[in-house]
Design a protein around this ligand. Structure first.
Ligand code: DX5
Ligand code: ZN
Length: 220
């Protein structure tokens, strides 16, 4: 089943609780919380104290995307603040295996993310420790960028490898430039969790946009 995850980066941050309510009403499945540290990527967004407020304002599933150099040091803070899933980058400085185990030991779901230029094979040693893999479909750092088509082959290869290893329940999330045009491509390649910031928050009708993202034809 296809799930959508709304990236708060594109929402009205002065009205987060209103925006969370809008997502729930529209039928969005998850909330995507982009954490940037000004080092792994050039900007700084928000951290675990803000996530705590988001947790208090919604019971929706909270998908935390750590774009930080040292995710291992942050797991406890985000888990305590109410994350349901934490993903961090294979390109970060933390040890992937220890960090994935640490996330699971907090009783939440674990995921690892790969940038567009990083070979997908880099995450293969860790798949058994992952509930999800996030294949970035733009360079991390900014919302509103154009989808990079070369990432489709990575999604396809990952789904094939997961199937071959009996990991049928592995979620594959895509993030960046996902809209009604690109959603059919990533779903066909094997992705089942679609992050959208611009595609949901800036749509004239969020509920309609959510239906389009989930639609098998890409048109609703
Ligand atoms: C980019 C972030 C994305 C971003 C997606 O670094 O990880 O989650 O907000 O934004 P859109 O959907 O607008 O491309
Ligand atoms: Zn993200």
């Amino acid at each position: 089943m296809i799930k959508t995850s709304a990236s708060l980066l594109a929402c009205d941050l002065a009205n987060i609780s209103g925006e969370l309510a809008r997502c729930r009403t529209a039928g969005v499945d998850w909330i995507h919380f982009d954490v940037m540290d000004g080092a792994f990527v050039e900007q700084i967004t928000y951290g675990s104290p803000v996530l705590k407020c988001v947790r208090a304002a919604t019971d929706m599933f909270l998908d935390v995307h750590l774009m930080v150099n040292d995710p291992a040091s942050q797991i406890k803070f985000f888990a305590e603040a109410g994350a349901d899933l934490i993903d961090f980058h294979i390109e970060s400085l933390s040890d992937p295996e220890a960090t994935l185990r640490d996330i699971r030991s907090c009783g939440i779901k674990s995921a690892i993310a790969v940038k567009p230029g990083t070979p997908i094979e880099s995450v293969y040693p860790y798949l058994e420790l992952c509930d999800m893999v996030l294949v970035m479909t733009v360079e991390p750092g900014y919302g509103g960028q154009a989808f990079i088509p070369e990432t489709l082959e990575k999604i396809r290869a990952l789904r094939k490898t997961a199937d071959e290893r009996g990991l049928a329940s592995l979620d594959i999330e895509v993030d960046g430039g996902i809209n009604a045009k690109t959603a059919p491509l990533v779903k066909e390649a094997g992705a089942n969790v679609l992050v959208a910031g611009t595609g949901l928050f800036k749509a004239p009708d969020m509920a309609q946009a959510d239906i389009q993202l989930k639609s098998q034809k890409g048109e609703a």
